[in-house]
Design a protein around this ligand. Structure first.
Ligand code: NAD
Length: 386
């Protein structure tokens, strides 16, 4: 018999347990003991984080097994992608969908979008199990929620899969010929968010002459380096992909540093644009930067520990889900039928969002990620009162 993987819950619970970060709105957090959770894994966990709905989908014919979680729809329909993953057991999938859907509520709220938070997971092998019938069946499940949940692609699903989903429902975005590659908007958001950090750290938001270390010269990294180059920043870059590095050197005069060396170089700004969890005990003892601002998800290994550690070290950290919101802004434009130009303008608002988060974090001496959570919750709270 399987037992739970409590890891994801432990992290989010730790976040909520931070005395100042605590709020009674989003989640009237009901603490459950491991014993309670074992006996009440579904409604117990939903109650713990105040999830609104969970839909379990099964289709023996196609082999589809999916869970759709709607966390909060106060601000609008719940938007979040569909992840396809070989979970070890159902409880892992359930934990993931509950955690990720809740994360989307915060991300959509802090980004000023009229969207709630949702997410879906499909349990299975994305390399062998996919077919048109499989995703059309999934599309009918999505459709049965009547637009309360809007889906998109995520890890393990592709644009083609969403095209099949779209055969059965209109509640899907990220389709070909629609919002397209989110990377330029994400990079713009990271760039303006980085400038907001500079304003608070240095008194003005110019990045000219600043040493910026970009980890990951992929889609977002390249567009980000273009902005940095245009502003005469000094760019250092690392990547495992030689072609990506060559582009960075040729186009933006970036200086290449080693994969591990990046944490030790003399820099002003560290921009993680590749991997999660790169802000941890080891790297924090080495990083000499004054700002951490990049597109990667889940940059802090442990939000509670490393969020506090960066604050104590005087490093300004732009919470990842606020600064990398360009992607979700991009699909929001698609949902609303707005133009890509609207998306680019909206992404510029990330400057103000990051500025407010950091200002409050510094004034109140509370880690930036906790302030971001608080601000996301306050917006929902205000909407609930209307
Ligand atoms: P990408 O795959 O295009 O680029 C990632 C780059 O990182 C690749 O060039 C890869 O070779 C490199 N890389 C991998 N391992 C590395 C390592 N150990 N050290 C240095 N570089 C390494 O991805 P992307 O679309 O540019 O996204 C970058 C990050 O931002 C990801 O974490 C992604 O989840 C996040 N993000 C992206 C978007 C978006 O719009 N693309 C939106 C929100 C968040």
């Amino acid at each position: 018999m399987y037992f739970y993987n409590f890891e994801p819950l432990k992290i989010t619970l730790a976040r909520l347990e931070h005395p100042k970060a605590k709020s009674n709105i989003m989640i009237d957090v009901k603490k459950l003991s491991p014993g309670d959770l074992k006996d009440n894994p579904v409604l117990g966990q939903m109650g713990q984080y105040n999830h609104e709905q969970l839909l379990f989908c099964n289709d023996n014919e196609t082999g589809l097994k999916a869970i759709i979680a709607v966390h909060n729809t106060t601000l609008g329909p719940a938007l979040g992608g569909t992840r396809m993953w070989m979970y070890n057991n159902e409880m892992e999938a359930l934990n993931d969908v509950l955690r990720l859907s809740r994360g989307m509520t915060y991300k959509n709220s802090i980004s000023g979008l009229d969207l709630g938070g949702g997410k879906a997971v499909i349990i299975g092998d994305s390399k062998t199990m996919k077919s048109e019938a499989f995703f059309r069946r999934y599309g009918r499940f999505v459709d049965s929620l009547n637009g309360i949940y809007i889906t998109a692609e995520d890890v393990g699903t592709s644009t083609q899969d969403m095209v099949w989903v779209h055969e059965e429902t209109n509640h899907v975005c990220g389709l070909p010929g629609k919002s397209g590659d989110p990377s330029p908007i994400t990079a713009l958001g990271v760039y303006v968010g980085m400038k907001a950090c500079a304003k608070l750290q240095y008194g003005n938001d110019s990045l000219s002459g600043k040493k910026v270390a970009v980890q990951g010269a992929g889609h977002v990294g390249q567009y980000l380096m273009k902005h940095l180059h245009d502003e005469n920043a000094e760019i250092f870059v690392t990547d495992i992909d030689k072609d990506a590095l060559k582009k960075a050197v040729d186009n933006f005069g970036a200086k290449v540093v080693g994969i591990d060396e990046i944490y030790d170089i003399d820099m002003d700004i560290y921009a993680p644009c590749a991997l999660g969890a790169t802000v941890n005990d080891d790297t924090l003892s080495r990083l000499k930067c004054a700002i951490i601002a990049g597109s990667a998800n889940n940059q802090l290994l442990d939000e509670n520990i490393h969020g506090k550690a960066v604050l104590e070290k005087g490093i300004i950290y732009a919470p990842d889900y606020a600064i990398n919101a360009g992607g979700v802004i991009n699909v929001y434009a698609e949902v609303k039928g707005f133009s890509p130009e609207w998306g680019l303008e909206k992404a510029k608002e990330i400057y103000d969002t990051v500025y407010q988060i950091i200002k409050r974090s510094t004034d109140e001496k509370i880690p930036a990620y906790a302030i971001a959570n608080k601000m996301a919750e306050e917006r929902i709270e205000a909407a609930m009162k209307k």
